[in-house]
Design a protein around this ligand. Structure first.
Ligand SMILES: C[S@@+](CC[C@H](N)C(=O)[O-])C[C@H]1O[C@@H](n2cnc3c(N)ncnc32)[C@H](O)[C@@H]1O
Length: 219
């Protein structure tokens, strides 16, 4: 059982939560906000509480809701406990890949995104396609941007080196914030980027399993 399913807390450090809330309050965007990977909704509640109820933009949540039993009910309970109406939340209970295909088809756009789902390189590179749906001037935050999560770190470093219409605007612990400064000349995440993630997947998995078995032996 995940700890957050009982505590209903955000799976983020205080410094990461502070950066997230400072950005949301400062920008005060009116367009939809997206969280990919919500766990118990701890961070979702904190983000939503940055706004007054009357002026709060729509929040879209993408999560396959299999992180722990009854995940969706627990997220809803968390909202209620925080005095937040679930009416303002558009729950998309599916994988990030399926939700992206639907969002792209219906031409959804977002002012703010928090990406915190699977940390494997194939998934993170696929998640970066959501940047196509980020409005110019909008902000995307990525959790666990650290050497400890090479799938996240390598994908984002490659993305930032190839797509010059994004700039880093903040980093607190492992939460990285970037801004889209101009429209993209080519669609974010090319077949070459995807091929890179396919090529890196196996070596990263082997390294992860070796590290895991070393830790288990040491314990
Ligand atoms: C690390 S937790 C998110 C923590 C949350 N953002 C917070 O700050 O409390 C990861 C979440 O991503 C979801 N998830 C993982 N892989 C996913 C995928 N491929 N598609 C959709 N959701 C996914 C899990 O169900 C889980 O709820």
């Amino acid at each position: 059982m995940r700890r957050c399913s009982e505590t209903l807390e955000a799976e983020m450090t205080p410094a990461e939560q502070q950066l997230l809330q400072n950005l949301i309050r400062k920008e005060n965007f009116s367009g939809p906000h997206l969280e990919i990977g919500t766990a118990a909704g701890g961070t979702l509640c904190k983000m939503m509480k940055c706004f007054e109820e009357q002026t709060r933009p729509k929040f879209v949540i993408v999560d396959r809701m299999t992180y722990f039993p009854d995940q969706l009910s627990i997220v809803k309970e968390n909202l209620a406990t925080n005095g937040l109406s679930e009416k303002g939340v558009d729950f998309r209970t599916t994988t990030s890949a399926e939700a992206f295909a639907l969002a792209e088809k219906q031409d959804d756009h977002f002012d703010f995104m928090l990406v915190d789902a699977s940390h494997k390189i194939l998934a993170v590179m696929a998640d970066l396609r959501w940047m196509r749906l980020l409005n110019v001037g909008g902000i995307a935050c990525f959790h666990d941007y650290a050497d400890k999560f090479p799938g996240v770190k390598l994908s984002i470093d490659r993305f930032l080196s190839r797509y010059k219409n994004y700039e880093k605007i903040g980093l607190a612990d492992t939460l990285l914030a970037i801004r889209k400064t101009a429209p993209c000349e080519t669609r974010e995440v090319s077949p070459l980027d995807r091929a890179y993630s396919v090529m890196m997947y196996l070596p990263l998995e082997v390294r992860r399993k070796i590290n895991k078995s070393k830790k288990q032996k040491a314990a």
